[in-house]
Design a protein around this ligand. Structure first.
Ligand SMILES: NC(=O)c1ccc[n+]([C@@H]2O[C@H](COP(=O)([O-])OP(=O)(O)OC[C@H]3O[C@@H](n4cnc5c(N)ncnc54)[C@H](O)[C@@H]3O)[C@@H](O)[C@H]2O)c1
Length: 308
């Protein structure tokens, strides 16, 4: 029976992953400081350590729990926050990550699987859909720090033999997504629309993204456990979707014209983003099961059941 650690296990993706790992019969511990996560999202069968990933106490937890697998998801995830506070972003996303990684190395963790980003690592100039081999030119501290931690993983693998997989995700959405920051356009729009409030589209709605449903993301984490591949793998649908399609699907699912306004473009925000996930198909045997229209319906259902 594997013992697993999920950092960020009180968050949107982390808590969904913890539920799945427990369903599969694994022992799960969570390290999370609840800065954006919620304690009520943590599965009652998981052991919860309310702690910052930068804490010295992380060492004791690794010693005690002797993890086989570590899923590293705890992070500062807000791109706009990282632009205003690059040092804080660096401290959480690099220094905190290295603390987790160093403990993986010292305690013979079989594999660390890292939640990285395709959306924020590849720059505007990459061809679309973007392959892992594209030269990364991140244009935010968040993207730079995610890439920096990827390089640490590669270094620990080459020099110390620490196995890892980097999952470079497209835009993820689904139940429990954090709406307090500036991220998660699908969840923000759904939240406003079901409460009959006005949501804001920055630009004319023609910017494109690649949207992947959280259950498919959890499936990629599980498949990465069995893979011997240490490197970067894109996880996305490979479908370039204009932001306005979210609005169309929302209106259709709710049977009304949802209230929206248009505002100016945010400087520095990418026009296009879409990932080629053929490596995930070939190496992990991963393929997405949920398309955007269906995923929006599922997320609306969850949001309507849970007062948000
Ligand atoms: N949501 C997306 O579209 C997306 C896309 C690509 C990558 N990712 C990555 O996936 C991971 C999870 O993202 P999410 O969308 O679930 O975000 P989230 O904010 O819901 O989850 C992050 C969790 O980390 C915790 N956390 C933050 N700083 C911490 C610290 N210093 N110590 C301990 N815990 C801390 C938060 O409390 C939260 O529970 C992140 O690494 C993010 O960068 C997300």
């Amino acid at each position: 029976m594997y013992r697993c650690l999920v950092t960020g296990g009180a968050g949107f993706i982390g808590s969904n992953l913890v539920d799945k790992l427990i369903d599969l019969g694994f022992e799960v511990s969570v390290i999370d400081n609840l800065s954006s996560g919620k304690e009520e999202y943590i599965n009652s069968k998981a052991k919860f350590y309310n702690l910052d990933i930068r804490s010295i106490k992380v060492k004791e937890i690794f010693k005690k729990e002797r993890f086989h697998f570590v899923f590293h998801l705890a992070a500062q995830i807000d791109v706009r926050f990282s632009i205003k506070n690059p040092e804080t972003d660096n401290h959480i996303n690099v220094v905190g990550g290295v603390n987790i990684l160093e403990n993986c190395k010292k305690n013979n963790v079989r594999k660390i699987i890292f939640a990285s980003t395709g959306g924020a690592i590849y720059g505007e100039d990459s061809s679309i859909p973007t392959l892992e081999t594209a030269q990364p030119y991140p244009i935010s501290p968040y993207g730079i720090n995610k890439l920096c931690f990827e390089k640490y993983l590669n270094y620990y693998h080459k020099v110390f033999g620490q196995d890892y997989t980097v999952l470079r995700f497209a835009n993820i959405y689904g139940p429990r997504q954090y709406k307090g920051g500036e991220c998660g356009v699908v969840s923000i729009f759904i939240d406003k629309a079901i409460n009959d409030e006005i949501y804001t589209i920055n630009g004319d709605g023609s910017k494109t993204r690649d949207f992947v449903y959280v259950d498919d993301v959890v499936d990629a984490f599980i498949k990465a456990m069995d893979s011997e591949y240490s490197g970067e793998i894109n996880i996305g649908l490979g479908k370039e979707v204009p932001i306005f399609d979210i609005v169309r699907f929302l209106d259709k699912a709710l049977g009304k014209r949802t209230k929206r306004i248009y505002d100016s473009n945010i400087p520095g925000e990418q026009e296009r983003s879409c990932l080629d996930a053929s490596l995930a198909r070939n190496i992990l045997g991963w393929s997405p099961k949920v398309n955007l229209e269906e995923g929006i319906k599922k997320t609306i259902k969850w949001s309507q059941r849970n007062s948000i």
